[in-house]
Write a protein of this length. Structure first.
Lengths: 325, 295
């Protein structure tokens, strides 16, 4: 339970892993049908969602139960910017990430100042529900129906043009964009700032004593995680072609928590594997209503109660045992 | 705004308040004693409501008030038994685990509750007719006072009074309070702390099940009932000060009034006054209105 440092494989090896996974992911449309390609795209987006959450939880020891507000902020920002203002996709995505970061700065500067631990978790949940209600009651954002019929725009400079609506082009775009985001998140972990956050997680008091401004560091990572979460959410808008207030509901905030905890918050790749495993659970149980909640809940309980390292922790332990022999 | 409107709004806010208090009572009791913020409390409340629904269905027609109350008690007892199982399998193993993981573990329990409710009772909406005695409304002047609302208000007050009596005036109740204050010292004095914890969990869960039975006619049953009520109950116990029964009682009345009058003032934004109040209190007075400061 008390895993104090973030277990990665070293920056170079993680980049290699990412490159291999991206390479494999690019083959997906060749082998699987359209429905599964859609799910694969959602897994990439959710992996970034989970990794952003784990920047807070696994790296810095901050539990937020309201990350859905940033995810929804990114999705709605992109939807509005591309639909109402006809902005090209890439600037819209960047602006959405900035918007998510700004929202996180606003929420974080209030919430982190006043609360810690469980109180912070509940406070972020309350903030997210406020955002959820505001979205569901704003005419510009389509109230409870959300915004539908979002187009996947063209991408291009000058004569070089790609139509993202055609074929599986947008899937490839998601793989590329999420790859970049994952690289960025992995880079944050390795910076001196990321290492300072690990110290903050281990012992905030001692970290403060060593001259690390604990609150500023927590706020900074909250903003960064808000921005990457919003970037992930922004990709949902053109991918699903619809955004609804459900994106901001607190049950969506629990998704990255599930991904992370299931496979191990102490591992950089934990949330990624978690997103894959839970999507598989949802896919397999999709015909039996309630089964996915049941399986997810029981898996999570087993992990929290008896496998604190998550599935990756279990794997690591079993391989270590083999090494000894 | 006329007097009758105010009376109606007051009855609405008190109904909301007591319905929420009935759910929050067990939540705050378990938090105050075991220091576990139980996300799944709403789930067990929902299971209690569905049990009462099945019971009413088995009997058929509009239940008599006796059957209605009996159904609530059965739901309470059944959910208390579930609580013993949960205590044995999950809660006992959470001792010494970080708060964040405890919160997530109880969220996992909520998922299990929602999953089993969907598997057993399906996704369809269900409703239960209130007993004939509670159907309809009294007219006082121009004010409409639905009898079911008055019943819920009375139920909330009775449960509050019984709990306060139990915790302050009886020996086992004082034991619960003593352990909440200092489990280590209680252990030294020869109290079987583990047993009291188990009993408290059973009582907390019984309250959830009872609330489910008492409120079954007050709203439509659907698998979203759990999350809706657990957030309301969180708000109430946060405002009142976590772990305090009287705090939850006053907090629910305050939030009920804010919610009902806020909706009257801002009809376009249902639920917003509740979350605004909850956020503000958390920011300005995180220990709640009745809670003591941590240091």
């Amino acid at each position: 339970m008390q895993n104090t440092s973030f277990i990665g494989c070293g920056f170079r090896r993680d980049v290699l892993i990412l490159a291999v996974v991206m390479g494999l992911a690019l083959c997906v449309p060749g082998v699987l049908n359209r429905g599964l390609v859609f799910i694969a795209g959602m897994i990439w987006i959710n992996a970034v969602f989970g990794l952003s959450f784990n920047l807070l939880f696994g790296l810095s020891g901050v539990l937020s139960f309201g990350q859905a507000m940033f995810f929804a902020a990114g999705a709605y920002a992109t939807a509005v910017l591309t639909q109402h203002f006809a902005l090209p996709l890439v600037p819209a995505l960047l602006l959405s990430a900035v918007f998510g970061g700004a929202l996180a700065a606003l929420v974080g500067s209030v919430a982190l100042r006043r609360s810690e631990g469980v109180y912070f978790a509940i406070l972020t949940l309350a903030f997210a529900e406020l955002i959820h209600l505001l979205i569901a009651n704003t005419a510009l954002l389509g109230r409870n129906d959300g915004l539908a019929g979002l187009v996947r725009p063209r991408l291009g400079i000058g004569s070089w043009q790609v139509d993202l609506a055609a074929g599986d082009n947008f899937y490839y775009f998601i793989v590329g964009a999420c790859g970049l985001l994952i690289l960025f998140i992995r880079w944050i972990v390795d910076t001196p700032f990321g290492r300072a956050l690990q110290a903050v997680k281990q012992d905030p008091e001692r970290a403060e004593f060593l001259g690390i401004p604990v609150r500023m560091h927590r706020l900074a990572i909250f903003v960064l995680a808000g921005a990457t979460t919003a970037a992930a959410g922004a990709l949902v808008a053109p991918w699903a072609q619809i955004v609804t207030p459900e994106l901001a509901h607190w049950s969506n905030s629990t998704n990255p928590i599930l991904y992370t905890l299931l496979c191990g918050s102490a591992y950089f790749w934990g949330p990624v594997l978690g997103a894959v495993v839970l999507s598989a659970v949802f896919y397999v149980t999709r015909t039996l209503v309630g089964m996915s909640d049941m399986v997810t809940g029981v898996l999570l309980l087993v992990v929290v109660v008896s496998l604190p390292g998550g599935i990756l922790g279990l794997l690591a332990r079993s391989t270590r045992r083999e090494d000894k022999r | 705004m006329q007097v009758a409107d105010i009376a109606t709004l007051l009855v609405n806010s008190l109904t909301w308040a007591m319905a929420t208090f009935l759910v929050a009572a067990g939540l705050t009791l378990v938090f105050g004693t075991l220091h576990i913020l139980n996300f799944s409390h709403g789930g067990f409340f929902m299971i209690g409501a569905y049990l009462a629904y099945s019971l009413a269905n088995a009997i058929g027609g509009s239940p008599s008030i006796g059957v209605y109350l009996f159904g609530s008690l059965v739901a309470g007892v059944f959910v208390a038994l579930l609580g013993l199982v949960v205590d044995r399998l999950v809660l006992r193993r959470l001792a010494g685990v970080e708060d964040a993981y405890v919160l997530i573990a109880t969220y996992a329990l909520l998922l299990v509750c929602e999953g089993s409710t969907k598997l057993i009772w399906g996704l369809n909406y269900h409703s239960v007719m209130p007993p004939a005695v509670l159907d309809g409304a009294w007219l006082v002047g121009n004010a409409v006072l639905p009898r079911l609302s008055l019943f819920i208000i009375a139920a909330g007050v009775v449960v509050f009074a019984l709990l306060e009596y139990f915790l302050n005036r009886t020996k086992p109740g004082r034991l619960v309070k003593a352990i909440a204050a200092d489990p280590w010292m209680a252990q030294l004095l020869g109290v079987n702390v583990r047993l009291v914890y188990t009993a408290t969990v059973a009582l907390g869960f019984a309250l959830a099940g009872l609330a489910g039975g008492l409120l079954v006619s007050n709203q439509t049953l659907s698998p979203t009932l759990a999350s809706a009520f657990v957030i309301q109950a969180f708000g109430v116990i946060i405002i009142g000060g976590m772990g305090s029964i009287s705090g939850a009682f006053l907090g629910s009345i305050l939030l009920g009034i804010i919610d009902a009058f806020g909706q009257w003032a801002l009809p376009g934004l249902p639920g917003l006054p509740f979350f605004l109040a909850m956020t503000l209190i958390l920011l300005l007075r995180p220990q709640g209105l009745m809670g003591k400061a941590k240091h």
